[in-house]
Design a protein around this ligand. Structure first.
Ligand code: C5P
Length: 295
């Protein structure tokens, strides 16, 4: 495929950059490089940012959230690295419309970066697929490679080793999205993790085996970062309690502080969300999004 010419305004690539939930996140232990070894089943969901990419002679980036608009944004870092790695001598104008709360544990920044890699690979006529983009993605952050595939996937290593899984059977999630305001949130949560509570990865294994035969059992969902998150984030305890009182099981989204619970019917999810809203807790019903829906 020939690269579109800069200035050809007919070329506008529009991409959806979905949030994710970790259905399981098991911490197996601390590694010698300072990271933690993980086993996690990840799922993209219907809450998404929007990215548009157009040809330009240099790299430009704008975002509707001024706090995220600087050159340090992961989207701009992804674009710069891809341009260097592929020795591209043109640019792009990238617009990001945020809907996923930043620093909430929903992977928004990582998803934006992965969408930028896909979109720029198309715009610049590189035709790089997920496998070829994955090393660049992993250098940007442990969660970025997953979003190159999206859908349902097993993540291992520090989270960057991805094995796509069959799509999950119908499920609804009630999302209590929260954002952290302090820097280095993920690092802080991992350093508060007590190595004595390390897992053996068996909960993830059960979910993977279930998915392979078309079954899902939300009672196997788990997040080992819940205990440190309860200590580090003021709000998590109260939100988890509110979910508990509904008879639902609160789960941490990634490294938090957002929480979610899984429902096996839409009406169940809507009832839970309405009950939380009545207590003044904003809650959103979201669906899984398959990797095909993202193409
Ligand atoms: O890879 P990423 O930049 O998202 O990680 C941020 C920080 O989170 C790391 O510097 C590390 O302190 C911590 N982390 C970890 N184990 C992982 C992923 C992240 O300890 N598997």
């Amino acid at each position: 495929m020939a690269a579109p010419k800069p200035g050809d305004l007919s070329t506008v690539i529009a991409l959806s950059a979905p949030a994710k939930l970790n259905l399981t996140l098991e911490v197996l232990g601390r590694r010698s490089d300072g990271y933690h070894e993980l086993r996690s089943v990840l799922q993209t969901i219907s809450l998404a940012d929007r990215l548009t990419i157009e040809p330009a002679e240099d790299l430009f980036f704008v975002c509707d959230d001024p706090q995220l608009a600087g050159p340090d944004n992961l989207v701009m870092r992804a674009a710069t690295r891809l341009r260097e790695a592929a020795e591209v001598d043109t640019g792009a104008r990238i617009r990001l419309e945020k809907h996923i709360p930043a620093a909430g544990g929903l992977g928004g920044g990582s998803s934006d970066a992965a969408a930028a890699l896909h979109g720029l690979s198309r715009l610049w006529g590189l035709d790089w697929g997920p496998e070829q983009l994955a090393p660049l993605a992993a250098a940007l952050g442990s969660d970025v490679p997953f979003f190159l595939w999206g859908g349902t996937a097993l993540a291992e290593g520090r989270g960057e080793r991805i094995t796509p899984l069959p799509p999950i059977p119908p499920l609804w999630f009630v999302l209590l999205s929260r954002a952290d305001t302090e820097p280095d949130k993920t690092r802080r949560i991992f350093s508060a993790f007590d190595p004595r509570s390390a897992s053996d990865g068996s909960a993830t294994e059960r979910v993977v085996v279930g998915l392979q035969v078309g079954r899902i059992d939300p009672t196997h969902f788990v997040n080992d970062l819940m205990a440190p998150a309860r200590r580090v984030f003021g709000e998590v305890e109260a939100l988890a309690h509110a979910v508990d009182t509904l008879g639902a099981r609160p789960l941490l989204a990634g490294a938090g502080p957002s929480l979610f619970c899984a429902a096996t019917s839409r009406s169940q999810a809507e009832d839970w969300a309405a009950a939380l809203e009545r207590q003044g807790i904003p809650a959103l019903v979201v669906r899984p999004v398959t990797s095909q829906a993202l193409q």
